[in-house]
Design a protein around this ligand. Structure first.
Ligand SMILES: C[S@@+](CC[C@H](N)C(=O)[O-])C[C@H]1O[C@@H](n2cnc3c(N)ncnc32)[C@H](O)[C@@H]1O
Length: 256
């Protein structure tokens, strides 16, 4: 059996309670530096998610980050950095291209918001759902589908869409627009997009009826990199028909 076809069976974590608490307390301090306040229980859930991802990563390739301290910053803190930008009226979110559950799982843990974590790779969604079950989290769920197909059946079903490390800005904007209610929010975390990607993003946003509402920059601690956070709002109807057919957004990106 190919390792990726292996059923996912999670076993009790080998990390001791005191080590989980130590990591969780470290995360509380890190999150606080990003203006996100976590309780010990919330921080423990985030850490345990990471430890289960690491367990599954032994036989299914979910992440290249295997050092736990690095993962605390690059997976959890990076995900949590979106929390302060979330509009107070948001009721339900979609994580586009969640991979092993980032940013969706930490976002849910920190806010309590229900939502859908979607990815086109089935083994990743199996891993996400196995982790959620093990953690006792039942208000978010992993869905295996392509964004373009899922959009056709879930038009205006969310008031928040998030994405990290999935595609260039114009593509993310096009993917997100059909899912968003009027005044719905798209939050994107990016490394360091070049000016051309930004300009194309703005043109794509115009076609999709979206406007850039807020933009923040920050550096992750300990030299882990720079982040640009963008908040777009769905202010009017798109002037083009969305979603376009599967693969079209990548083949012929808007705004070029
Ligand atoms: C680089 S990974 C990032 C995963 C996660 N967001 C993170 O930050 O760790 C990009 C993910 O987006 C998913 N993806 C890309 N295009 C997609 C599409 N059109 N529909 C659904 N998932 C997609 C891929 O399968 C992959 O798991």
């Amino acid at each position: 059996m190919a390792s990726s076809d292996r059923p996912i069976i999670l076993t009790p974590l080998e990390t001791s309670e005191s080590d989980i608490n130590r990591l969780a307390n470290g995360l509380i301090d890190l999150a606080s530096s990003c203006h996100v306040e976590l309780t010990l229980d919330q921080a423990r859930l985030c850490v345990e998610h990471l430890l289960y991802v690491e367990q599954i990563n032994q036989y299914i390739n979910l992440t290249r980050i295997t050092d736990i301290n690095e993962a605390l910053v690059l997976h959890i803190l990076d995900s949590l950095s979106l929390v302060p930008l979330i509009d107070a009226t948001v009721t339900r979110f979609l994580d586009m291209g969640t991979g092993a559950g980032f940013p969706g799982v930490p976002l849910h843990v920190a806010t309590g918001l229900p939502g859908v974590l979607l990815d086109s790779v089935g083994k990743k969604i199996k891993a996400v759902n196995a982790c959620l079950k093990q953690l006792g989290i039942d208000r978010i769920t992993g869905v295996h589908d392509r964004l373009e197909s899922y959009a056709a059946e879930n038009k205006k079903a969310f008031d928040l869409v998030v994405a990290r490390a999935v595609a260039p800005l114009p593509i993310l904007i096009e993917y997100a627009s059909p899912f968003l209610k009027h005044n719905g929010q798209l939050l994107i975390s990016k490394g360091n997009p070049d000016p051309e990607e930004l300009a194309q993003g703005r043109s794509a946003a115009k076609l999709c009826g979206m406007e850039l509402q807020a933009h923040e920059s920050f550096d992750l601690p300990d030299g882990f990199g720079h982040r640009e956070l963008y908040s777009f709002v769905q202010v009017s109807k798109p002037t083009i028909k969305l979603p376009r057919s599967v693969g079209e957004a990548r083949k012929r990106p808007l705004g070029q």
